[in-house]
Design a protein around this ligand. Structure first.
Ligand code: UD1
Length: 352
């Protein structure tokens, strides 16, 4: 049996690692790793492969950046001959990035089976490119592996057959569980004892100069109460310099490797983010998370976890931050099946 795994962007890497490793115990499964090259900077890609123990990709499509149409089309054009020639029995796609939907569409047209890892998440906000990617990928996939109950419910409402849906849990948490002990041994690297860890890269927050200016002003206000440590996505760094915005005393760092970032998250007083995956990681770690978005495709992080949606309201951010700094943070629990064994559950289904 031949299985393809598709990765392209940073948040895919921590999801593929546990599945690759769990499938190794099935000798009849031959695995082929395809990197689309959506993310290509060494600190957005190579270093994640090293730390997560992912083997070098068998195929690298090296598509790089571009508009959504161009990037998606380029992935499709370069992937088609590769998948036609290898003719895998199953293609596993991960998450909600352009690489996910592009390759799922190619396979669906060719009649090659596709399974979607992290299926069923919905923000119900179609202005987010990832929401379009999630909706399309789930309609195209032959098997849907969901992280939580809300995922199953969303898929059933969209008319997906229950026979295709498998609730397996959150695969990214497998990587976290495995590498947390190493992350906790990391030194402080000159950072203060107390800090707010910030990440920001969503187009709605960073592509518009007024929106980005307002978020940075809120962060400068946060920085007066607790030091802001801000590993900066290349997209965000580009926009800050393009718009000529001030970041003054904020500690801007380059994007960090997985283990280093996990260590920083586990020791942070609070995490302020617009990422999807970080809402989940903070929930697992029990670290307060303030999400700079109006909605989330991961509602379980709000209902069960430590996440609070503050949107772009500076008042709400300030109010939530001061309760956290006063020790009155929301107490969360870890959602069911976020137990470090999701990769094994996926592998068992795939191998069978
Ligand atoms: C992509 C995903 C997003 C995910 C994010 C994590 C889509 C639609 N979006 O967004 O869901 O949360 O990855 O990082 O797939 N760039 C570099 N070096 C790189 C990669 C990107 O400089 O290695 C710059 C390029 O200028 C590029 C921009 O960042 O134009 C955006 O990259 P892109 O892959 O298009 O989207 P992300 O914002 O990273």
């Amino acid at each position: 049996m031949k299985v393809f795994h598709i990765v392209g962007a940073r948040p895919n890497f921590m999801k593929v690692a546990p599945v690759l490793s769990a499938l190794k115990v099935y000798p009849h499964v031959e695995q082929v790793l395809v990197h689309t090259g959506q993310h290509y900077d060494p600190n957005m890609s190579d270093v994640f492969f090293q730390q997560l123990g992912i083997p070098a990709p068998d195929v690298n499509l090296a598509v790089g950046s571009g508009s959504h149409a161009k990037q998606t089309a380029e992935i499709m054009t370069r992937f088609e001959p590769v998948v036609v020639e290898a003719n895998p029995d199953l293609v596993l796609v991960y998450g909600d990035v352009n690489s996910t939907v592009a390759t799922a569409l190619v396979c669906a047209k060719l009649g090659i089976r596709v399974a979607h890892v992290e299926a069923g998440l919905r923000s119900f906000d179609r202005s987010m490119p990832e929401e379009i990617n999630r909706l399309m990928t789930d309609q195209l996939a032959d098997a849907l592996y969901t992280p939580s109950e809300d995922g199953d419910a969303n898929l059933l409402k969209e008319g997906i057959s229950p026979h295709k849906i498998f609730r397996v849990g959150n695969v990214m948490i497998d990587s976290l569980v495995r590498l947390l002990p190493l992350a906790e041994r990391q030194g402080r690297n000159g950072l203060p004892d107390r800090y707010a860890l910030v990440t920001l890269h969503r187009p709605s927050n960073v592509d518009d100069s007024a929106a980005l200016k307002s978020v940075l002003e809120s962060l400068l206000a946060v920085n007066r109460d607790v030091a802001v440590v801000f590993p900066t996505h290349p997209r965000t760094r580009q926009r800050i310099s393009e718009f000529g915005l001030k970041t003054d005393q904020l500690r801007l760092l380059d994007p960090l490797p997985y283990v280093d970032f996990l260590g920083l998250q586990s020791r942070a007083q609070v995490v302020i983010t617009d990422s999807g995956g970080i809402q989940e990681e903070t929930t697992y770690l029990g670290v307060p998370c303030l999400t700079l978005r109006e909605n989330t495709e991961r509602p379980i992080t709000v209902t069960l976890g430590t996440n609070v949606l503050v949107g772009r309201d500076p008042e709400k951010l300030r109010a939530e931050l001061s309760s956290i700094l006063a020790g009155k943070q929301k107490k969360g629990t870890i959602p069911p099946l976020w137990d470090g064994h999701t990769g094994e559950r996926i592998a068992a289904i795939v191998a069978a």
